[in-house]
Design a protein around this ligand. Structure first.
Ligand code: ACM
Ligand code: ZN
Length: 569
């Protein structure tokens, strides 16, 4: 529904509420439900009973949490019953609804919710929460006279894959910080966390068979100061951290309770310097290697001319599969330099044995990477898992069944979908949340560069330029938040929000309307404030980290700023 239609459907409610107190509140839900029709009148929330029947234990627990929260914030007990009641909130299974879909019927006497699975009920609860005053999310006891506007909601997601990425390799995020990230993803109905657990700058997941991965590979001796400038200046501060297997299981379970699947990434065969520092015999030169202290890509990659490298990878992936029930395992594949393979007798022998030759625009070393991808795909496939790889895995040959994550713009994704591969759209042009979000760079926390505004995020259509046959291959969309230059939870949240709110509408909504979205932003901002998130208020007229807010410049001031500053992005 667009903004105009929403207003039209709200009109009867507004008219009615003019003569019947209490007034129906405005509806601001992000992502906007597919259909939400205000029907006039209100439902009084305080003390309303909550009932459910025929739902699974996880759903029942979420419904009980909802009732507990209502009781806390209204100060009147919302009693829970496992037999459906006519009055109050009732939750029932409707097997005819699609996975993740739900309906809510709010009438003055009762609120009826239906869904066919856990995620559907969970999303109905998110929608109800957002329809209540933002204080619903806070700790303070609110007044007991809250109402929900009477409305009919029919909702289901546009895409099945609604992802957000997190990079604990460059800066480590504690289990509590990961949980807070998952909480806000759940609020906006995202359902995949892509967890980038390994890279040149740090290995962050305990692997029992290879203990040095975390003993050595999770620690770097220092970090380069700001950019990769010459000469190198380090900060002299040892930096490290990793998740134990118990912590990984805790995060996976916490995410599942919020309808989120955690997809681990073990980035290979490049971005592996932390592993090489731990096990130098896995590299072409044999080392020694140090965990990377600069924000760049190491030329040292896994030596794939030797079988012990594959034994290592299979050992790691076996434990990863044990930790993560996800159908998909991300095996990276991006930015893997070929210079070591070109000069390594073992890798060159492998190239000869495989009969690989330069041709069709691909070098034999690129084809060697295809071989590595295919071996990992086969190994994981034997265990019932599928691979996701960054769009570099498309270069050369790619076996059917691989899913491509398009990051260097959308072209790789368009090409992959046209060739019959499943695709997740994460173009850096629209979904790189490490890029600046306001044009006033000197007033933003220091970052990697680039510029991805809230509106730019909102404007991306994952189906753009795709044929009808190719469209079903688009599983969904995701934003990536690389954290080379992001070292604190506040900065992390600031880069995430509210751009992830815009992302959620790209992922969820069949129809979008940026003006309507902007009109809902103050309400969602109050929710984020109540939950204790830091977020960028640029779209609301101020920017900068908390404590550093400032008015946005006029166009004339902006022009002056542009002409006085050299922009290299
Ligand atoms: C990437 O940004 N290197 C996937
Ligand atoms: Zn080699």
């Amino acid at each position: 529904m667009n903004f105009r239609n929403l207003i039209l459907t709200l009109l009867p409610a507004l008219a009615l509420s003019a003569c019947h107190a209490p007034q129906a509140p405005e509806i601001h839900v992000i992502p906007q439900p597919q259909q939400i029709t205000a029907t006039g009148g209100v439902f009084k929330v305080a003390g309303a009973p909550v009932s459910y029947e025929g739902v699974d234990a996880r759903t029942a627990a979420q419904i009980q949490n909802f009732a507990t929260r209502l009781t806390t914030v209204t100060g009147k007990a919302s009693l829970v019953s496992e037999t459906l009641q006519d009055k109050g909130f009732s939750f029932r299974t409707d097997a005819s609804l699609a996975p993740e879909a739900y309906t809510i019927d709010i009438k003055p006497a009762a609120v009826q919710v239906a869904a066919s699975d856990f995620n559907g009920f969970f999303y109905a609860l998110q929608t109800l929460g957002q329809m209540l005053p933002p204080a619903f999310y806070g700790d303070a006891k609110a007044k007991a006279d809250w109402v929900l506007p009477c409305a009919q909601v029919n909702d289901a997601p546009r895409f099945g894959y609604r992802g957000m990425h997190m990079d604990p390799s460059r800066h480590f995020w504690s289990v509590d910080e990961v949980k807070k990230y998952l909480d806000v993803m759940a609020l906006y109905k995202l359902n995949r966390l892509h967890w980038h657990l390994t890279d040149d700058q740090g290995w962050r997941v305990e692997i029992k068979k290879y203990p040095k991965l975390t003993e050595v590979g999770s620690q770097r001796k220092e970090t380069i100061v700001k950019k990769n400038f010459n000469p190198y200046v380090g900060d002299g501060q040892p930096y490290g951290g990793f998740y134990t297997q118990d912590e990984i299981r805790e995060v996976v379970a916490y995410a599942a309770d919020r309808g989120i699947t955690v997809i681990p990434e073990i980035d290979l065969p490049g971005h592996m310097l932390a592993a090489l520092a731990a096990y130098p015999e896995l590299g072409c030169t044999g080392g020694p290697y140090d965990v990377w202290t600069i924000w760049g890509v190491s030329e040292d990659v896994l030596c794939v001319g030797q079988e012990k490298t594959f034994e290592f990878l299979e050992g790691v992936l076996t434990e990863i599969m044990d930790l993560f029930p996800s159908e998909y395992i991300h095996i990276g594949g991006d930015e893997s330099p070929k210079v070591r393979w070109e000069n390594c007798p073992r890798c060159q022998a492998r190239i000869r044995a495989l009969g690989l030759r330069d041709g069709n625009g691909h070098t034999k070393e690129q084809l060697l990477q295809n071989y590595v991808t295919a071996r990992m795909q086969e190994f994981l496939g034997k265990h019932g898992r599928k691979i996701i790889g960054w769009d570099e895995i498309l270069e050369g040959e790619l076996a059917p069944g691989a899913t491509v994550m398009s990051w260097r713009g959308a072209d790789g994704g368009i090409q992959a979908a046209s060739r019959g591969f499943d695709v997740i759209m994460t173009p850096n042009s629209h979904f790189y949340f490490d890029y600046y979000q306001s044009q006033e760079r000197d007033r933003e926390p220091f970052g990697i560069g680039g510029y991805v505004s809230l509106e730019k995020v909102y404007s991306f259509d994952p189906y753009d330029k795709l044929s009808e046959e190719a469209k079903p291959h688009i599983l969904g969309a995701q934003a990536n938040l690389w954290t080379e230059y992001i070292a604190t939870p506040e900065h992390l949240e600031y880069m995430l929000l509210p751009r992830m709110c815009a992302l959620s509408e790209v992922q969820w909504c069949q129809e979008r309307d940026y003006d309507r979205f902007l009109a809902s932003l103050p309400h969602t901002g109050e929710i984020l404030d109540a939950l204790g998130y830091t977020w960028c208020k640029y779209a609301l007229g101020t920017a900068g980290m908390p404590g550093d807010e400032h008015p946005v410049r006029t166009p004339e001031e902006m022009e002056k700023y542009r002409s006085e500053n050299h922009w290299d992005w």
